[in-house]
Design a protein around this ligand. Sequence first.
Ligand SMILES: *Cc1c(COP(=O)(O)O)cnc(C)c1O
Length: 378
Amino acid sequence: MNTQEPDLHIPRWAWIEIDISALQHNIRQIKKLIQPKCRIMAILKSNGYGHGAYQIAKAALSVGVNFFGVATVEEGLDLRQKGITNPILLLSQPPFSSIPLLLENNLTPTIITLDFAKELNLLSKEEVKYHLKIETGMNRIGLHYHEAVNFLKTISNLSNLKLEGIFTHFATADIPHNKETELQIERFNQAINSIRLEGIDPGIIHSANSAATILYPQSHFDMVRVGIILYGLHPSVSTKNKITLRPVMSVKAKIAFLKEPQSFEGVGYGFTHKVSPNSQIGTLSVGYADGFHRILSNKFEVLHKGRRVKQIGNICMDMMMIERTNGKLFSFGDDIVLVGKQNEEEITLDELAKLAGTINHELVCSLGLRLEKLYVNL
Ligand SMILES: *Cc1c(COP(=O)(O)O)cnc(C)c1O
Protein backbone atom coordinates (compact mmCIF):
# COMPACT_ATOMS: atom_id res chain seq x y z
CA MET A 1 0.00 0.00 0.00
CA ASN A 2 1.38 3.37 -0.99
CA THR A 3 1.70 5.66 2.01
CA GLN A 4 3.72 8.36 0.33
CA GLU A 5 2.18 11.73 1.24
CA PRO A 6 0.94 13.71 -1.73
CA ASP A 7 2.31 17.23 -1.81
CA LEU A 8 -0.49 19.23 -0.22
CA HIS A 9 0.23 22.35 1.75
CA ILE A 10 -2.61 22.17 4.21
CA PRO A 11 -2.32 21.39 7.90
CA ARG A 12 -5.11 18.88 7.93
CA TRP A 13 -6.54 16.48 5.35
CA ALA A 14 -10.04 17.88 5.60
CA TRP A 15 -11.12 21.39 4.75
CA ILE A 16 -13.89 23.64 3.54
CA GLU A 17 -13.84 25.45 0.23
CA ILE A 18 -15.66 28.76 0.03
CA ASP A 19 -16.45 29.76 -3.54
CA ILE A 20 -16.41 33.55 -3.65
CA SER A 21 -17.65 33.70 -7.25
CA ALA A 22 -20.71 31.65 -6.21
CA LEU A 23 -21.46 34.22 -3.49
CA GLN A 24 -21.17 37.04 -5.99
CA HIS A 25 -23.44 35.16 -8.40
CA ASN A 26 -26.05 34.73 -5.64
CA ILE A 27 -26.03 38.44 -4.87
CA ARG A 28 -26.55 39.25 -8.57
CA GLN A 29 -29.53 36.88 -8.61
CA ILE A 30 -30.97 38.49 -5.47
CA LYS A 31 -30.69 41.92 -7.11
CA LYS A 32 -32.92 40.68 -9.94
CA LEU A 33 -35.71 40.04 -7.43
CA ILE A 34 -35.77 43.52 -5.90
CA GLN A 35 -36.34 47.07 -7.10
CA PRO A 36 -33.18 48.99 -7.99
CA LYS A 37 -33.74 51.33 -5.01
CA CYS A 38 -34.12 48.47 -2.53
CA ARG A 39 -30.95 47.82 -0.54
CA ILE A 40 -29.49 44.50 0.56
CA MET A 41 -28.31 43.80 4.09
CA ALA A 42 -25.96 40.82 4.12
CA ILE A 43 -26.52 38.78 7.28
CA LEU A 44 -23.15 37.72 8.68
CA LYS A 45 -24.13 36.26 12.05
CA SER A 46 -22.47 33.07 13.29
CA ASN A 47 -19.32 33.90 11.36
CA GLY A 48 -21.21 34.37 8.12
CA TYR A 49 -23.24 31.16 8.57
CA GLY A 50 -19.93 29.35 9.05
CA HIS A 51 -18.38 30.76 5.85
CA GLY A 52 -16.13 33.39 7.48
CA ALA A 53 -17.86 36.73 8.11
CA TYR A 54 -14.96 38.97 7.10
CA GLN A 55 -14.28 37.26 3.75
CA ILE A 56 -18.01 37.22 2.97
CA ALA A 57 -18.27 40.92 3.84
CA LYS A 58 -15.37 41.73 1.48
CA ALA A 59 -16.91 39.68 -1.33
CA ALA A 60 -20.33 41.30 -0.77
CA LEU A 61 -18.73 44.76 -0.87
CA SER A 62 -17.13 43.91 -4.21
CA VAL A 63 -20.62 43.56 -5.72
CA GLY A 64 -22.10 46.63 -4.04
CA VAL A 65 -23.63 45.25 -0.85
CA ASN A 66 -22.54 47.56 1.95
CA PHE A 67 -24.89 47.05 4.90
CA PHE A 68 -24.32 44.18 7.30
CA GLY A 69 -26.26 42.46 10.05
CA VAL A 70 -24.89 40.42 12.97
CA ALA A 71 -26.34 38.83 16.09
CA THR A 72 -23.83 39.84 18.75
CA VAL A 73 -21.54 42.70 19.69
CA GLU A 74 -18.55 40.32 19.44
CA GLU A 75 -19.44 39.55 15.84
CA GLY A 76 -19.62 43.25 15.01
CA LEU A 77 -16.37 43.92 16.84
CA ASP A 78 -14.59 41.18 14.91
CA LEU A 79 -15.58 42.79 11.59
CA ARG A 80 -14.47 46.23 12.82
CA GLN A 81 -11.12 44.88 14.00
CA LYS A 82 -10.55 43.36 10.57
CA GLY A 83 -11.23 46.71 8.94
CA ILE A 84 -14.89 46.70 7.87
CA THR A 85 -16.12 50.31 8.22
CA ASN A 86 -19.62 49.94 6.71
CA PRO A 87 -22.83 50.02 8.77
CA ILE A 88 -23.34 46.95 10.97
CA LEU A 89 -26.73 46.39 12.59
CA LEU A 90 -27.04 44.26 15.73
CA LEU A 91 -30.20 42.30 14.99
CA SER A 92 -31.36 42.33 18.59
CA GLN A 93 -30.95 44.49 21.67
CA PRO A 94 -27.71 43.58 23.47
CA PRO A 95 -27.16 43.77 27.26
CA PHE A 96 -26.66 47.23 28.83
CA SER A 97 -23.10 46.25 29.75
CA SER A 98 -22.16 46.10 26.06
CA ILE A 99 -23.23 49.68 25.30
CA PRO A 100 -19.76 51.27 25.70
CA LEU A 101 -18.25 48.65 23.38
CA LEU A 102 -20.89 49.08 20.70
CA LEU A 103 -20.58 52.87 20.84
CA GLU A 104 -16.78 52.75 20.60
CA ASN A 105 -17.05 50.51 17.55
CA ASN A 106 -19.88 52.31 15.81
CA LEU A 107 -22.17 49.29 15.78
CA THR A 108 -25.84 50.12 15.24
CA PRO A 109 -28.05 48.69 18.00
CA THR A 110 -31.59 47.45 17.70
CA ILE A 111 -33.80 48.98 20.37
CA ILE A 112 -36.76 47.21 21.93
CA THR A 113 -37.10 48.65 25.45
CA LEU A 114 -37.35 52.10 26.96
CA ASP A 115 -34.69 51.30 29.59
CA PHE A 116 -32.17 50.43 26.91
CA ALA A 117 -33.00 53.59 24.94
CA LYS A 118 -32.42 55.74 28.06
CA GLU A 119 -29.14 54.03 28.92
CA LEU A 120 -27.88 54.34 25.34
CA ASN A 121 -28.81 58.04 25.28
CA LEU A 122 -27.04 58.61 28.58
CA LEU A 123 -23.81 56.88 27.59
CA SER A 124 -23.46 58.30 24.08
CA LYS A 125 -21.69 61.60 23.71
CA GLU A 126 -22.86 62.17 20.18
CA GLU A 127 -25.69 61.16 17.90
CA VAL A 128 -26.16 57.39 17.81
CA LYS A 129 -28.22 55.66 15.11
CA TYR A 130 -30.52 52.82 16.03
CA HIS A 131 -33.19 50.61 14.47
CA LEU A 132 -36.51 49.88 16.17
CA LYS A 133 -37.64 46.26 16.12
CA ILE A 134 -41.37 45.72 15.92
CA GLU A 135 -43.16 42.54 16.99
CA THR A 136 -45.84 41.63 14.46
CA GLY A 137 -46.50 38.00 15.30
CA MET A 138 -43.39 35.85 15.61
CA ASN A 139 -43.35 36.42 19.37
CA ARG A 140 -39.58 36.39 19.67
CA ILE A 141 -38.32 39.94 20.22
CA GLY A 142 -39.68 43.37 19.45
CA LEU A 143 -41.99 46.10 20.60
CA HIS A 144 -45.66 45.28 19.99
CA TYR A 145 -46.85 46.92 16.77
CA HIS A 146 -49.57 48.83 18.64
CA GLU A 147 -46.98 50.44 20.92
CA ALA A 148 -44.54 51.66 18.29
CA VAL A 149 -45.87 55.21 17.91
CA ASN A 150 -46.11 55.91 21.63
CA PHE A 151 -42.66 54.49 22.18
CA LEU A 152 -41.16 56.78 19.55
CA LYS A 153 -42.99 59.79 21.00
CA THR A 154 -41.75 58.89 24.49
CA ILE A 155 -38.12 58.67 23.43
CA SER A 156 -38.23 61.73 21.16
CA ASN A 157 -36.69 63.77 24.00
CA LEU A 158 -33.65 61.47 24.14
CA SER A 159 -31.65 63.83 22.00
CA ASN A 160 -28.67 61.61 21.17
CA LEU A 161 -30.81 58.90 19.61
CA LYS A 162 -31.42 58.97 15.88
CA LEU A 163 -33.94 56.54 14.34
CA GLU A 164 -32.26 55.08 11.27
CA GLY A 165 -34.67 52.26 10.53
CA ILE A 166 -37.65 50.15 11.56
CA PHE A 167 -38.00 46.44 11.08
CA THR A 168 -39.86 43.26 11.84
CA HIS A 169 -39.18 39.57 11.24
CA PHE A 170 -41.38 36.79 9.85
CA ALA A 171 -42.08 33.37 11.35
CA THR A 172 -43.49 31.55 8.33
CA ALA A 173 -42.24 33.34 5.21
CA ASP A 174 -40.95 30.05 3.78
CA ILE A 175 -44.56 29.10 2.95
CA PRO A 176 -45.97 30.81 -0.17
CA HIS A 177 -49.28 32.75 0.12
CA ASN A 178 -49.29 32.22 3.86
CA LYS A 179 -52.04 34.01 5.86
CA GLU A 180 -49.84 34.50 8.93
CA THR A 181 -47.07 36.15 6.92
CA GLU A 182 -49.61 38.36 5.14
CA LEU A 183 -51.00 39.34 8.55
CA GLN A 184 -47.53 40.19 9.81
CA ILE A 185 -46.96 42.41 6.76
CA GLU A 186 -50.33 44.10 7.34
CA ARG A 187 -49.53 44.80 11.02
CA PHE A 188 -46.12 46.14 10.06
CA ASN A 189 -47.71 48.47 7.50
CA GLN A 190 -50.17 49.63 10.15
CA ALA A 191 -47.34 50.50 12.51
CA ILE A 192 -45.41 52.34 9.77
CA ASN A 193 -48.49 54.32 8.74
CA SER A 194 -49.26 55.46 12.25
CA ILE A 195 -45.62 56.47 12.75
CA ARG A 196 -45.76 58.57 9.58
CA LEU A 197 -49.09 60.10 10.65
CA GLU A 198 -47.32 61.38 13.76
CA GLY A 199 -44.84 63.13 11.48
CA ILE A 200 -42.01 60.78 12.44
CA ASP A 201 -39.69 59.61 9.65
CA PRO A 202 -39.33 55.82 10.03
CA GLY A 203 -36.06 55.76 8.08
CA ILE A 204 -35.07 52.51 6.36
CA ILE A 205 -38.01 50.11 6.49
CA HIS A 206 -37.11 46.43 6.30
CA SER A 207 -38.71 43.07 7.01
CA ALA A 208 -37.77 40.39 4.48
CA ASN A 209 -35.45 37.49 5.28
CA SER A 210 -34.34 35.22 2.41
CA ALA A 211 -37.67 33.39 2.11
CA ALA A 212 -39.71 36.61 2.08
CA THR A 213 -37.30 38.20 -0.39
CA ILE A 214 -38.21 35.43 -2.83
CA LEU A 215 -41.84 34.74 -1.95
CA TYR A 216 -43.23 38.08 -0.67
CA PRO A 217 -42.20 41.05 -2.87
CA GLN A 218 -44.63 43.24 -0.89
CA SER A 219 -42.33 42.78 2.12
CA HIS A 220 -39.23 44.27 0.47
CA PHE A 221 -39.78 47.92 1.47
CA ASP A 222 -36.40 49.77 1.49
CA MET A 223 -34.07 46.86 2.25
CA VAL A 224 -34.02 43.05 2.37
CA ARG A 225 -32.04 41.15 5.03
CA VAL A 226 -30.66 38.08 3.31
CA GLY A 227 -28.78 35.28 5.01
CA ILE A 228 -29.12 31.74 3.72
CA ILE A 229 -29.57 32.61 0.01
CA LEU A 230 -26.32 34.60 0.02
CA TYR A 231 -24.65 31.30 0.78
CA GLY A 232 -26.46 29.59 -2.08
CA LEU A 233 -28.89 27.55 -0.01
CA HIS A 234 -32.68 27.56 -0.19
CA PRO A 235 -34.86 28.45 2.79
CA SER A 236 -37.57 26.12 1.54
CA VAL A 237 -38.46 23.80 -1.34
CA SER A 238 -40.93 26.49 -2.48
CA THR A 239 -38.11 28.85 -3.45
CA LYS A 240 -36.16 26.37 -5.60
CA ASN A 241 -37.75 27.24 -8.93
CA LYS A 242 -37.73 30.99 -8.27
CA ILE A 243 -34.01 31.78 -8.07
CA THR A 244 -30.88 30.01 -9.33
CA LEU A 245 -28.40 29.82 -6.49
CA ARG A 246 -24.91 28.35 -6.34
CA PRO A 247 -23.82 26.76 -3.04
CA VAL A 248 -20.82 28.63 -1.63
CA MET A 249 -19.53 25.98 0.78
CA SER A 250 -18.17 22.56 -0.05
CA VAL A 251 -16.39 20.15 2.27
CA LYS A 252 -13.46 18.05 1.11
CA ALA A 253 -11.02 15.54 2.55
CA LYS A 254 -8.32 13.12 1.52
CA ILE A 255 -8.18 9.49 2.54
CA ALA A 256 -5.81 9.70 5.49
CA PHE A 257 -5.62 5.99 6.34
CA LEU A 258 -6.57 2.87 4.45
CA LYS A 259 -7.41 -0.62 5.75
CA GLU A 260 -8.59 -3.93 4.32
CA PRO A 261 -9.92 -5.75 7.37
CA GLN A 262 -11.43 -9.24 7.38
CA SER A 263 -15.10 -9.42 6.46
CA PHE A 264 -17.50 -8.95 9.37
CA GLU A 265 -14.99 -7.29 11.66
CA GLY A 266 -16.47 -4.29 13.47
CA VAL A 267 -15.64 -0.68 12.61
CA GLY A 268 -15.40 2.24 15.03
CA TYR A 269 -16.88 2.86 18.49
CA GLY A 270 -19.60 0.35 19.32
CA PHE A 271 -18.98 -1.67 16.13
CA THR A 272 -22.18 -0.34 14.57
CA HIS A 273 -20.95 -1.51 11.16
CA LYS A 274 -19.45 -4.83 10.13
CA VAL A 275 -16.98 -4.87 7.24
CA SER A 276 -18.49 -5.99 3.95
CA PRO A 277 -16.73 -8.76 1.99
CA ASN A 278 -13.80 -7.60 -0.19
CA SER A 279 -14.02 -4.02 0.86
CA GLN A 280 -11.66 -1.25 1.79
CA ILE A 281 -12.13 1.05 4.75
CA GLY A 282 -10.84 4.60 4.41
CA THR A 283 -10.48 6.95 7.35
CA LEU A 284 -11.09 10.69 6.96
CA SER A 285 -9.78 13.33 9.40
CA VAL A 286 -13.16 14.96 9.93
CA GLY A 287 -15.74 14.19 12.60
CA TYR A 288 -18.68 15.40 14.62
CA ALA A 289 -16.69 18.27 16.14
CA ASP A 290 -16.41 19.54 12.56
CA GLY A 291 -20.16 19.59 12.08
CA PHE A 292 -20.90 16.07 10.87
CA HIS A 293 -23.40 15.41 13.63
CA ARG A 294 -23.09 11.93 15.15
CA ILE A 295 -26.71 11.27 14.27
CA LEU A 296 -25.54 11.03 10.64
CA SER A 297 -23.49 7.90 11.44
CA ASN A 298 -24.10 5.05 8.95
CA LYS A 299 -26.63 7.21 7.11
CA PHE A 300 -24.85 9.37 4.58
CA GLU A 301 -22.67 9.05 1.53
CA VAL A 302 -19.55 10.82 0.30
CA LEU A 303 -18.07 11.04 -3.20
CA HIS A 304 -15.00 9.17 -4.37
CA LYS A 305 -14.01 9.42 -8.06
CA GLY A 306 -17.49 10.76 -8.80
CA ARG A 307 -19.31 7.82 -7.16
CA ARG A 308 -21.24 7.64 -3.95
CA VAL A 309 -19.69 5.52 -1.19
CA LYS A 310 -21.09 4.93 2.28
CA GLN A 311 -19.96 6.47 5.52
CA ILE A 312 -19.85 3.57 7.97
CA GLY A 313 -19.50 3.13 11.72
CA ASN A 314 -20.13 5.76 14.36
CA ILE A 315 -18.71 9.16 13.46
CA CYS A 316 -15.93 10.02 15.92
CA MET A 317 -15.10 13.50 17.22
CA ASP A 318 -12.28 14.06 14.71
CA MET A 319 -12.54 11.17 12.26
CA MET A 320 -14.93 9.00 10.33
CA MET A 321 -14.72 5.90 8.20
CA ILE A 322 -15.99 5.22 4.69
CA GLU A 323 -16.24 1.92 2.82
CA ARG A 324 -15.70 1.01 -0.82
CA THR A 325 -17.27 -2.32 -1.68
CA ASN A 326 -17.25 -2.46 -5.48
CA GLY A 327 -13.58 -3.00 -6.29
CA LYS A 328 -10.53 -1.93 -4.32
CA LEU A 329 -10.34 1.53 -5.78
CA PHE A 330 -9.40 3.58 -2.71
CA SER A 331 -5.83 4.86 -2.56
CA PHE A 332 -4.10 6.72 0.22
CA GLY A 333 -4.58 10.47 -0.33
CA ASP A 334 -7.58 10.15 -2.69
CA ASP A 335 -9.90 13.13 -2.90
CA ILE A 336 -13.21 12.77 -1.12
CA VAL A 337 -16.09 15.24 -1.36
CA LEU A 338 -18.40 15.27 1.66
CA VAL A 339 -20.45 18.26 0.54
CA GLY A 340 -20.42 19.52 -3.03
CA LYS A 341 -19.77 18.22 -6.53
CA GLN A 342 -17.33 15.67 -7.88
CA ASN A 343 -17.58 14.98 -11.60
CA GLU A 344 -21.32 14.65 -12.30
CA GLU A 345 -22.35 13.62 -8.80
CA GLU A 346 -23.29 15.99 -5.96
CA ILE A 347 -23.95 15.76 -2.22
CA THR A 348 -26.06 18.72 -1.15
CA LEU A 349 -26.37 20.30 2.27
CA ASP A 350 -30.13 19.81 1.97
CA GLU A 351 -29.62 16.06 1.63
CA LEU A 352 -27.40 16.00 4.73
CA ALA A 353 -29.70 18.30 6.70
CA LYS A 354 -32.64 16.03 6.01
CA LEU A 355 -30.71 12.96 7.21
CA ALA A 356 -29.61 14.84 10.34
CA GLY A 357 -33.16 16.01 11.09
CA THR A 358 -32.22 19.66 10.81
CA ILE A 359 -32.09 22.57 8.35
CA ASN A 360 -29.23 23.69 6.13
CA HIS A 361 -28.79 26.86 8.27
CA GLU A 362 -27.75 24.76 11.28
CA LEU A 363 -25.42 22.50 9.30
CA VAL A 364 -23.38 25.30 7.72
CA CYS A 365 -22.95 26.98 11.11
CA SER A 366 -21.55 23.75 12.58
CA LEU A 367 -19.41 22.90 9.55
CA GLY A 368 -17.77 26.30 9.78
CA LEU A 369 -16.66 25.89 13.38
CA ARG A 370 -13.34 24.10 13.10
CA LEU A 371 -12.40 23.09 9.57
CA GLU A 372 -9.93 25.32 7.80
CA LYS A 373 -11.53 27.46 5.10
CA LEU A 374 -9.92 27.82 1.70
CA TYR A 375 -11.28 30.73 -0.32
CA VAL A 376 -11.42 29.96 -4.04
CA ASN A 377 -12.47 31.78 -7.24
CA LEU A 378 -11.68 35.16 -5.67
C1 LIG B 1 -31.01 35.56 10.62
C2 LIG B 1 -31.88 36.68 10.31
C3 LIG B 1 -32.14 37.04 8.98
C4 LIG B 1 -31.67 36.21 7.80
O1 LIG B 1 -32.44 35.02 7.71
P1 LIG B 1 -32.29 34.05 6.44
O2 LIG B 1 -33.48 33.16 6.53
O3 LIG B 1 -31.03 33.30 6.63
O4 LIG B 1 -32.27 34.90 5.26
C5 LIG B 1 -32.87 38.18 8.76
N1 LIG B 1 -33.34 38.93 9.79
C6 LIG B 1 -33.11 38.60 11.07
C7 LIG B 1 -33.66 39.47 12.15
C8 LIG B 1 -32.40 37.46 11.38
O5 LIG B 1 -32.20 37.12 12.66
